[in-house]
Design a protein around this ligand. Structure first.
Ligand code: PMP
Length: 427
């Protein structure tokens, strides 16, 4: 595959962008052949700048829920663009969208819009502290809630003070949650949780409903706020908060990524239990009230309500999982596929430094399938059963080509150094 233009862009970027690229969309921790730059996307596919097409199992790390460039969503956005986007005040679509979200998400009585997931989780933390007048926030060890100083996984540039009142527990472990709550005493503001355990580099884990129920009880008993961080999984598992599937209603939920099918928008939803706290904080942004992404979100949510997209995601996701499992078995690999089929994580047994995963990803990429060797992936509604079959065939061919080379694979230096840092930190 030709990647001359991508290489040239990387070289130019290295001069004018620190490290050429930053954050999780950097290819620094991906196989060397992964392109950094993409020129376009449509439906389930992306094209890199050299014109290579890929079936994209990352879906922009989540925002692509219905398919890239969904014509219905784009038409709604275009209609609003003619009227106006970032104005001196919000457009009526803000009220309509808040009403729509409150009608869809059972626990929600109000909405506050922002741009990125980090805005929404950070606002959740502030609302919880404002509402309770307390300081401590409990998060699950290893869970990602964004890149602000209080939650970024890379502490460089942050202060210990930024996390002075952050405490951790183990996801799905009731005893560790109870211990963290007890240790917080009368200073507990909030318990944060993701819809299920979806930490990068690890197998995913379904939510234990007993954990969700206990988190709710502990918040009720202490007066703390329960926050579900839906930024990654929101609306891929349910048309409501994901924890509605366990019968548990949080006080706050943070959303982003897929809610406007790729248009920049995030939102904090809350119940009346913390409406006063929400009304008392000051958080805003120049682009938070822009109308185009809100119009896109209204149309996205209409499509979510009126189509069987979740059934579709589950059906194609199961087909993919079964096909990949059979391909792995056929070629003597043990592939662990964890989490919901529509947000799958794929890791190999006997692959502590991810060298098999990296080599597999590289083989898949060569065959036009963009997968990720250590982060969970995403399915979108534009994917078809035929797409899954193409991916399964590619998996079969990739693993066939990998099997004889298995003993000679080498670990990616960036991963080796990350694992060493983690070991040294005792994490
Ligand atoms: N929470 C979760 C669960 C996420 O997955 C992410 C993004 N990967 C965030 C928060 C932060 O969202 P953003 O990158 O839009 O700030």
């Amino acid at each position: 595959m030709l990647r001359a233009l991508d290489g040239a862009l990387k070289a130019r970027a290295a001069k004018v962008i620190p490290n050429g690229m930053y954050g999780h969309e950097s290819t620094a921790m991906l196989p060397a052949s992964y392109p950094q730059y993409f020129s376009r996307a449509k439906g389930a596919y992306i094209w890199d700048v050299d014109g290579n097409r890929y079936l994209d199992f990352m879906c922009a790390y989540g925002p692509n829920l219905l398919g890239y460039g969904d014509p219905r969503v784009d038409a709604a956005a275009a209609r609003q663009q003619v009227l106006g986007d970032a104005l001196t005040g919000p457009s009526p679509v803000m009220v309509e969208l808040a009403e729509t979200l409150v009608s869809m998400v059972t626990h929600a009585d109000w909405a506050m819009f922002c741009k990125n997931g980090t805005d929404a989780t950070t606002m959740a933390k502030s609302v919880a502290r404002a509402q309770t007048g307390r300081r401590i926030v409990i998060v699950a060890q290893g869970a990602y809630h964004g890149s602000a100083p209080w939650c970024t996984p890379n502490l460089t540039g942050t202060l210990p003070e930024d996390r002075a009142f952050l405490r951790t527990c183990l996801y799905n472990n009731v005893a560790s949650l109870e211990a963290a709550v007890a240790a917080a005493g009368d200073d507990l503001a909030a318990i944060f949780a993701s819809p299920f355990k979806h930490d990068a580099f690890f197998d995913q884990q379904a939510l234990d409903p007993a954990y969700a129920l206990r988190a709710r009880e502990l918040c009720d008993a202490t007066g703390a706020m329960l926050v579900v961080d839906e930024v990654r999984a929101g609306f891929r598992l349910a048309r409501d908060c994901s924890w509605s599937l366990a019968g548990v209603r949080p006080d706050l939920s943070s959303w982003g990524k897929g809610i406007a099918n790729g248009y920049p928008l995030s939102v904090l939803l809350g119940s009346n239990r913390c409406r006063d706290g929400a009304g008392s904080i000051y958080m805003t942004g120049s682009f938070w009230f822009a109308a185009v992404p809100m119009a896109a979100a209204i149309e996205t949510l209409r499509i979510l309500r009126e189509t069987h997209y979740i059934d579709h995601l589950q059906r194609i996701g199961e087909r993919l999982r079964n096909g990949f499992e059979a391909a792995a078995e056929r070629h003597g690999f043990e592939l662990r596929q964890t989490g919901p089929v529509q947000i799958p994580q794929m890791l190999f047994n006997e692959d502590p430094d991810f060298r098999i995963g990296f080599a597999w990803a590289e083989e898949m990429l060569r065959r036009g399938i963009y997968i990720h060797p250590w982060h969970n992936m995403f399915l979108c509604a534009a994917m078809t059963e035929a797409d899954m079959d193409v991916a399964i065939e590619a998996a079969d061919a990739s693993l066939a080509s990998l099997a004889p080379r298995r003993a000679k694979l080498e670990a990616h230096p960036a991963i080796t150094s990350r694992l060493r840092t983690r070991l040294e930190a005792g994490a």
